[in-house]
Design a protein. Structure first.
Lengths: 296, 364
């Protein structure tokens, strides 16, 4: 196969699109992990559940642009509520037992996958994004000079959401409390902060981000059973590469993993997963806590 | 003395039962229930060896078993399917060579995974091995050069033919492997290596100060677990008569964890108890009548998930833990000294030794 620079650019753009979805999913994962040391192995299920929920709402409202926006909001709020309940009813009272929490979330993910399969079946669902995002935009050097507008929008959306999260973490009182909690939970509670309440808020926020990513990502690709495992795996790899609990690390990890995956799929299809895992092993060998991570 | 004698006769009855079993039951009971439970138990044993004695929970054991299974399939199948592109002539090795190669691959890959994860502990290791394990599924699914992609490799026949032709022989092979590995693990944990491994589980910092190489012990443990999982993988491919990515997907990874946790994550015998319980539920959930429109045949995974959740929430030591609690309670009634129930296990296994607050000696 001869090297085609135009193809190279388009595959790179696909990589950035993938990176944008990975960032949205994994940022919630890393927020939860960074603050609570809870590995939420049901995070992929929240992505899929959010996508299905958004799709149902969108379909009920009639597949218009407004319905699509409502679907995003409903997916975010709905999954935030699910995350809130998970933390409130199950994970909250075993704080500190990180392994047990991980096992509980695995149990939840089995049940969620099965019940979603019961409700939505094995078929593939597709969203209808608003018309002004539907076409293509001219991009120099891409294949036939065009690239999907929606995918470009997705990258922009991920950057905006990333900036909002960054502002939340660095410029607000809540962000200050969260960052203090990531560094030392015990000291934070000694200072009189209601740590369990902060945990609930952050768990809801992280879960909500997964639901939001479900609709945004599901609109770029599609939603079907098995996506939960895919996004759980990508969240794990992204935070392992980028460093756990670090927002910047997630951004770097998502770009590396997303782009490497798309190039691997294109140029070396039978061995593409090895590219991702080679990168992961190399990062761990050089920096055991990930590129931007710090020792726990 | 009397307790010892009771124990010995109980063991004798158990051994006799296991040996006579395939001679008195149908093929269904000896292979689909018996051998299947033994094979799942072997793979779960590799996880329990790592978790119970090394304090390392690995979700990559399913993948390692899968690698051994793929190796046997590629090396022995007389006619590889069309979609495999890279092998013009089938190797068609004799079974004993293929099995040896498969076990070598499993051991080396186990050690390699251990090397990748050597500096990660507790929950970090769980995430890393989960990524590696599920990653192998995606690799098997994508690879049409050697592994046959989505369809995998069909028609893998064991040296004794299909399991349906010789159910009792297949059961005995599985039983022999399971017993040998179980006794091997029981022996290994009493050797200096096994004791050092348990020391590292409890306090790596102290063991390092005593001059032990923590990393090498961990990698070796992963290699041994890889070998155990490899045996399970070889038997799996013979049991199924084929291998495909579906055998190593996330559902299977989680199933193995369910088996290990339900059996009690720290007892080698728990692997087989958990596997038997799982196989029985797996097989007979379909015959439980539907309750209020909720059919267990269709919602089998919900049933499994709920069971798993209940075990994790209420009995961290699994079924073996429940049995021990019961016997301890019975003994107490007979005013014998109570045996300490092992309820600490899960939190002990999960504790990140680097940040353990429980041990003042490990604080800087």
């Amino acid at each position: 196969m001869t090297f085609d620079p135009v193809q190279f650019v388009t595959v790179g753009l696909n990589g950035l699109t993938q990176a944008a979805i990975y960032f949205l999913v994994a940022s919630g994962f890393t927020l939860i992990f960074g603050l609570m040391r809870t590995v939420n192995l049901a995070h992929g299920s929240l992505y899929l559940f959010g996508a299905y929920l958004g799709w149902s709402v969108g379909a009920a409202l009639g597949k218009t642009a407004e319905a699509w926006v409502v679907a995003i909001v409903v997916a975010f709020v709905g999954m935030a509520l699910v995350g809130f309940l998970m933390q409130r009813l199950l994970l909250g009272w075993m704080a500190g037992q990180d392994l047990r929490q991980a096992l509980v979330t695995i149990g939840l993910s089995i049940i969620a996958a099965d019940l979603l399969l019961m409700r939505f079946g094995g078929v593939i669902y597709q969203f209808t994004p608003p018309p002004f995002l539907f076409g293509s935009t001219s991009i120099p050097f891409a294949v036939s000079g065009q690239y999907s507008t929606y995918r470009l929008f997705l990258v922009a959306a991920a950057i905006v959401i990333g900036l909002l999260l960054w502002l939340l973490l660095t410029r607000t009182k809540l962000g200050m409390i969260i960052r203090a909690g990531i560094d030392d939970r015990h000291m934070l509670s000694a200072l009189g902060v209601d740590v369990p309440r902060v945990f609930l808020l952050v768990f809801a926020l992280g879960a909500g981000l997964a639901g939001l990513a479900g609709v945004l990502g599901g609109s770029a690709l599609s939603i079907s059973p098995g996506e939960d495992a895919r996004y759980l795996l990508s969240s794990l790899v992204v935070v392992i590469v980028g460093g756990m609990g670090s927002l910047g690390g997630v951004a770097i990890g998502a770009v590396i993993v997303g782009v490497a995956e798309q190039y691997g799929n294109f140029y070396w299809p039978y061995y593409a997963p090895l590219v991702t895992f080679g990168i992961m092993a190399a990062v761990l060998a050089l920096r055991p806590h990930g590129l931007r991570g710090r020792p726990a | 003395m009397k307790r010892f004698a009771t124990r010995r006769s109980a063991l004798f009855v158990l051994a006799l039962g296991l040996i006579v079993y395939p001679l008195v039951v149908s093929r269904f009971w000896s292979v689909t229930i018996g051998a299947h439970a033994l094979i799942l138990g072997i793979i779960a044993l590799s996880l329990i060896f790592l978790a119970g004695y090394g304090g390392m929970i690995s979700l990559a054991q399913t993948a390692i078993a899968g690698m051994a299974a793929y190796a046997v399939a590629i090396l022995t199948v007389p006619r590889l399917p069309q979609q495999i592109l890279a092998i013009p002539d089938e190797p068609h090795w004799p079974a004993y060579l293929a099995v040896a190669a498969a076990l070598l691959i499993a051991t080396v890959m186990g050690a390699l995974f251990g090397l990748i994860g050597v500096r990660s502990q507790g929950i970090y290791l769980l995430m890393l091995t989960a990524a590696l394990g599920v990653g192998f599924f995606y690799f098997a699914e994508a690879n049409y050069d050697f592994l046959g992609g989505h369809g995998g490799i069909p028609e893998v026949v064991s040296p004794i033919g299909y399991t349906s032709q010789n159910p009792a022989v297949f059961y005995y092979i599985s039983l022999a492997a399971a017993v040998a590995l179980y006794l091997g693990v029981r022996y290994l944990v009493r050797t200096p290596f096994g004791l050092a491994l348990q020391g590292i589980r409890d306090n790596p910092r102290r063991m390092r100060a005593l001059g032990y190489s923590v990393g090498l012990h961990r990698i070796a443990a992963f290699g041994i677990a890889g070998f155990i999982a490899g045996v399970g993988g070889v038997l799996t491919v013979w049991y199924n008569g084929s291998i495909s990515p579906g055998t190593v997907d996330l559902t299977r990874v989680i199933e193995l964890l369910v088996i290990a946790v339900v059996g009690g994550l720290i007892f080698p015998e728990g692997a087989f108890v958990g596997a038997l319980a799982f196989v029985l539920v797996d097989t007979f959930a379909s015959s439980v009548p539907a309750i209020g429109g909720f059919s267990f045949r269709e919602r089998f995974n919900t049933l499994i998930g709920l069971t798993f959740l209940l075990v994790v929430l209420f009995s961290p030591n699994g079924l073996i833990g429940i049995a021990q609690d019961l016997t301890a309670r019975l003994r107490r009634r007979r005013s014998a000294p109570p045996r300490e129930p092992l309820t600490e296990s899960l939190s002990r296994v999960g504790r990140d030794p680097a940040s353990a607050h429980a041990d003042p000696a490990s604080e800087p």
